[in-house]
Write a protein that binds this ligand. Structure first.
Ligand SMILES: C[S@@+](CC[C@H](N)C(=O)[O-])C[C@H]1O[C@@H](n2cnc3c(N)ncnc32)[C@H](O)[C@@H]1O
Length: 453
């Protein structure tokens, strides 16, 4: 039998406060058995074990390794010496669970890890896109704020909420030291977490959730990286389907207070006890040990972010009422309200025009996203760098247009509301190439006319 159907769940001790989950070391399919691999479909490499050459038994030169395919036991000439069965043999790096500041639990390296090394498989229940959406909404409705659903391929997701490996504890960073890679193992696609760089013992492991994550709510990123993109999984499918408004002082959530998933359709979760077993190389780190971490968010200040009404227009109307967004209307900017503040009709018209242009740019961005989504999904999940340049360029161009439209609108608001010009200062009928900035007037006023800038 190519797949073992025996229950490989390890009994693991979890620290107080960690929501229990069932520890598994290979994906489970809802109501299905694992794929039975046909002999014709088995990829057989040409490696032959040579005791004098440690690289001979399915390492870098192995045809299967090159194509991200694990060797199949019984079909590899290297037999027991084959080193290309890391997912199957759970050859994980040593890791530890620890408590982060503000980001719940995290996983750190409990040994030095080399660049490119396989760290752990992201295991869970394999579900369809529809099921992912349903579950994500249900988890959110049950108050579960940590999201554990990641994409597997264009139509499938891995949900590690109820069943998973310790990879479920790896947090997001915009400047990550790990990445996900897809491998074919016994005919099935599996997701591994690999080191992007050498990682020293004690460092937190993190990968970029972009594309991968099916986070229910949009979550403010607290990774602390200089290039932080503000939201978790901002390029993911889940993100596109949600919208969120933060308020000043909005505390993201307190992980200890997250209730257990308690959907009526599910059996209650077993409380896991005993010691870490099998190949799970993960230890639990207590809070005091955790405080010595090297990778901590350098800035956990909550900022106020507003996503305007146009940012993800399609589903927002349905989603927002369900969300626990506190007094969002207080903080959400309604560009239309600005109109009342304008000194002149021209000023008002100018801002309204830029608002229209901004909405156009958003619609364009959304339609481009729909167009290129299949390519992004196909290429982007393993590694963002593998997205074809043409796709990346289109995407970046649409973003730049949107940023420019944002800038034009806000510049226009600042100019017309905060620093209104004297009546002699006429505004352009439409945006010039440079937008609302220095080129918004047909007759640029002299400094003395316009007053101090
Ligand atoms: C896959 S789980 C990671 C483990 C999680 N921290 C826990 O305690 O179980 C993803 C969740 O962790 C949190 N998280 C991960 N990375 C984060 C980050 N950079 N900033 C804020 N929250 C983060 C979010 O709540 C997210 O939904």
């Amino acid at each position: 039998m190519l797949h073992s159907d025996e229950d490989k769940s390890n009994v693991v001790q979890l620290p107080e406060g960690v929501t229990p989950f069932i520890h598994i070391t290979q994906n489970e399919f809802l109501g299905q058995k694992h794929k039975k691999l046909k002999e014709d479909d088995i990829a057989i490499c040409e490696c032959k074990y040579d005791a004098s050459d440690p690289e001979s038994a399915c390492v870098e030169r192995c045809l299967n390794v090159i194509t991200n395919t694990e060797c199949t036991p019984g079909y590899c000439q290297c037999g027991a010496t084959c080193r290309n069965q890391r997912f199957q043999k759970c050859e994980y790096a040593k890791t530890k669970l620890f408590r982060t500041e503000g980001r719940g639990w995290g996983l750190l390296a409990d040994e030095n890890i080399k660049a490119g090394q396989f760290i752990i498989e992201y295991c869970g229940e394999v579900i369809s896109s529809e099921e992912a959406k349903k579950r994500s909404q249900s988890y959110e409705a049950h108050g579960l704020k940590d999201a554990y659903i990641i994409s597997l391929d264009a139509n499938h997701f891995i949900d590690a909420t109820r069943k998973g490996s310790f990879a479920r504890f790896i947090n997001h960073s915009c400047s990550p030291n790990c990445e996900t890679r897809k491998w074919t193992v016994l005919g099935e696609t599996r997701v591994g977490i690999f080191a992007k760089q050498d990682i020293s013992i004690g460092m937190e492991l993190a990968y970029n959730y972009n594309f991968e994550w099916y986070g229910g709510a949009t979550v403010q990123c607290l990774c602390g990286a200089a290039n932080c993109s503000i939201f978790l999984g901002a390029k993911s499918q889940g993100f596109q389907e949600y919208n969120h408004v933060w308020e000043d002082g909005d505390v993201r959530y307190t992980v200890e207070e997250v209730p257990l998933y308690d959907s009526a359709e599910d059996d209650s979760l077993p409380v896991i006890s005993g010691t870490s077993g099998g190949n799970a190389q993960t230890k639990i780190l207590n809070e005091s040990e955790g405080s010595t971490l090297k990778l901590e968010p350098s800035n956990t200040t909550y900022k106020s972010f507003n996503i305007g009404s146009g940012s993800t227009p399609k589903k927002k109307a349905q989603r927002l009422p369900k969300r626990k967004v506190k007094s969002s209307s207080r903080k959400q900017v309604n560009d239309g309200d600005f109109a009342k503040l304008f000194a002149s009709m021209e000023a008002r018209e100018e801002v309204t025009m830029y608002e229209g242009l901004k909405n156009e740019a958003i619609s364009k961005l959304n339609s481009i996203y729909e167009e290129i989504r299949p390519t992004i999904e196909e290429h982007g999940r393993d590694n963002q760098d593998s997205v074809p340049t043409s796709v990346a360029e289109t995407w970046i161009e649409a973003h730049c247009s949107k940023y420019k439209a944002d800038f034009d609108l806000y510049f226009s608001v600042v100019k017309n509301v905060m620093y209104p010009r004297p009546a002699t200062y006429t505004t352009a009928a439409g945006p010039s190439e440079g937008g609302a900035g220095p080129q918004t007037t047909n007759a640029e006023p002299k400094l003395s006319e316009a007053g101090a800038k």
